[in-house]
Design a protein around this ligand. Sequence first.
Ligand code: KG4
Ligand code: ZN
Length: 337
Amino acid sequence: MINILAIESSCDETAASVCRDGMILSNVISSQKIHEKYGGVVPELASRAHLEAIVPVVDQALQIAKVTLKDIDAFAFTQSPGLIGALLVGAEFTKSLALVFNKPLIAVHHMEAHVLANLIQPINSENKIPKFPFLCLTVSGGHTQIVLCQSPLNQKVIGQTLDDAAGEAFDKSAKILGLPYPGGPLIDKYAKEGNGNKYKFPEPRIDDLNFSFSGLKTSFLYFIRDEKLKNENFVEENLPDICASIQSRIVSILLNKLKKAATETGIKEVCIAGGVSANSGLRSAFEKTGKEEGWNTFIPKFEYCTDNAAMIAITAYYKYLNSEFDNLSVVPSARTA
Ligand code: KG4
Ligand code: ZN
């Protein structure tokens, strides 16, 4: 029996999870509210909030899993990418635990972990998980990637954004509409009541399997500015249709590239992951595209889509099985190493 405690602190979520033999026993997430009033994550405040939250979050994860620190066989943390001060809190905390309890330390890559959230199975049930090789569209606040996953620890990025991430496209559009940060979930909420074909935004022409969202942001900004000149209440009067239309374009950009990747690789096991995979428009369009294309589609449970430590724990479990351990000199890195 292998118990792993994993800690995630790369951005504005302090999270801890215990997994036993690859089964998630607890998944505790404390989301930092302090950034809302600044319209984005303030790195210094994030580090401080992690320091305050980390002990109670870890305590709760252990309690829910009904284990103590003495029962843990390995300690895992998010090494990169992320905000350096935020990563340092989780890294140094985890290293101290590994040192005190003299147990292996496992450093995990946040983006690889988002992909492997698709391998999490609920306890006592046969969950449908993807077979290798599979493709994963990983869409978060900081990244947009298409990953070819040959085995849990063999992942290759075959396409990525050249500028903004899909989550940023959602959040920046929301900001233009005067919605609070993070606006992605709010666009999703209003879009449910709206018509996604009402306003047309351009699809960028980008080579290969790469993405670009900065042109879309600019055209959205000018569109809203021009409409407001004609009618100052344009946003208030048309919010659901505006949200549905921008969401529908972001989703179609993502899925068109995913289709291209599936055609080029001949792979029909297809997953999505990352915070933006919580988006209901993306989830339903992904399922629909999957049916049309004959894919087996996989989406992690909602709580494993946005930043969480269960995905760090499952990745650490595969690293444990492979004896991929780190020594205490390992340091976090803001950028993908
Ligand atoms: O993976 P994640 O939790 O953190 C990062 O690693 O970045 O992703 C956060 C991003 C934010 O941009 C947030 O607005 C977006 O995911 N997001 C959503 C939804 N839920 C979270 N975007 C659109 N619709 C949602 N329902
Ligand atoms: Zn993330």
